[in-house]
Unconditional design. Structure first.
Length: 108
């Protein structure tokens, strides 16, 4: 239960960060007026600035992906460990039931 709530909170935080980054990108591009076709130097500067923003956002998103992948690996490891624990408990339960059945047969 604790693991699933941590994972959900972690996912919500990542999603909100990604949507904020993408929203900022689109807002910056939509809010600007288009330069005239003859202003090639200005258009080039705009494209270079846009490229810089996109590279920063790309770097940020890649970092988020890496941290998410680390978290996924951690959760998968914990899941394997918990599955092993469950199997041990099931074996112990089966052995206990067998012993109880044997003792009941002895009493009859």
């Amino acid at each position: 239960m604790v693991v699933s709530s941590l994972f959900c909170e972690y996912s919500r935080r990542d999603c909100s960060l990604m949507s904020a980054a993408l929203g900022a990108c689109f807002a910056a591009e939509v809010g600007k007026k288009k330069r005239p076709a003859w202003d090639t130097k200005g258009r080039l500067e705009d494209m270079e600035m846009a490229l810089g923003r996109h590279l920063e956002q790309n770097s940020s998103l890649q970092q988020q992906i890496l941290s998410s992948n680390d978290r996924i690996a951690q959760l998968e490891s914990m899941n394997c460990q918990l599955k092993g624990t469950v199997e041990q408990r099931e074996q112990m339960t089966t052995q206990a039931h067998d012993e109880i059945d044997a003792l009941r047969r002895r009493l009859r």
